[in-house]
Design a protein around this ligand. Structure first.
Ligand code: MG
Length: 159
């Protein structure tokens, strides 16, 4: 059996009046990730982690936003398609782990819902998905709720 690790990263500004969709869950917060579609930086980072581990192209190449199939597509649909491609390439998901760095929405109260939703989309048990929130200690361009940065890793095993 062989194993592969994958790393993903994403960054979005948080803007007034946008729905705050992170990890496939809509959080009650006055700002949300900017970007086309829902701007779900968690699912974007996870998409790059799983496709990266499988040796596939990155999110922007697989799902170009000038392709009518993916224009304004729900990030959950992109992540679901990435999981399908990973399976088709002969890999099974072992686990996913995510760090969400933001001073916008509080992450901790929503960890169980995010873990459950990501697990549902990935077709694994919620125990194989973890999500942590971090503040930025008031430092840098994302401080004060200006944005959200996400790191994601995944482990795949050959089937
Ligand atoms: Mg993104």
């Amino acid at each position: 059996m062989s194993m592969r690790v994958g790393l993903g990263f994403d960054l979005h500004r948080l803007e007034e009046g946008r729905p705050c969709v992170l990890g496939g869950v809509t959080l009650p917060h006055p700002t949300g990730p900017a970007g086309h579609s829902d701007g779900d930086a968690v699912l974007h980072a996870l998409t790059d982690a799983v496709t990266g581990a499988a040796g596939l192209d990155d999110i922007g190449t697989l799902f170009p936003d000038d392709d009518p199939r993916w224009k304004d597509a729900d990030s959950a649909a992109l992540f679901g398609e990435a999981i399908r491609l990973v399976h088709a390439a002969g890999w099974a998901l072992v686990n996913l782990d995510v760090v969400i760095a933001t001073e916008g929405p509080r992450i901790k109260p929503h960890r169980p819902a995010m873990r459950a939703r990501i697990a549902e989309l990935a077709g694994v048990d919620a125990g194989a998905v973890n999500v942590k929130g971090k503040t930025l200690e008031g430092m840098g361009a994302l401080a004060g709720g200006a944005g959200v940065a996400v790191q994601a890793v995944c482990l795949l095993e050959s089937v």
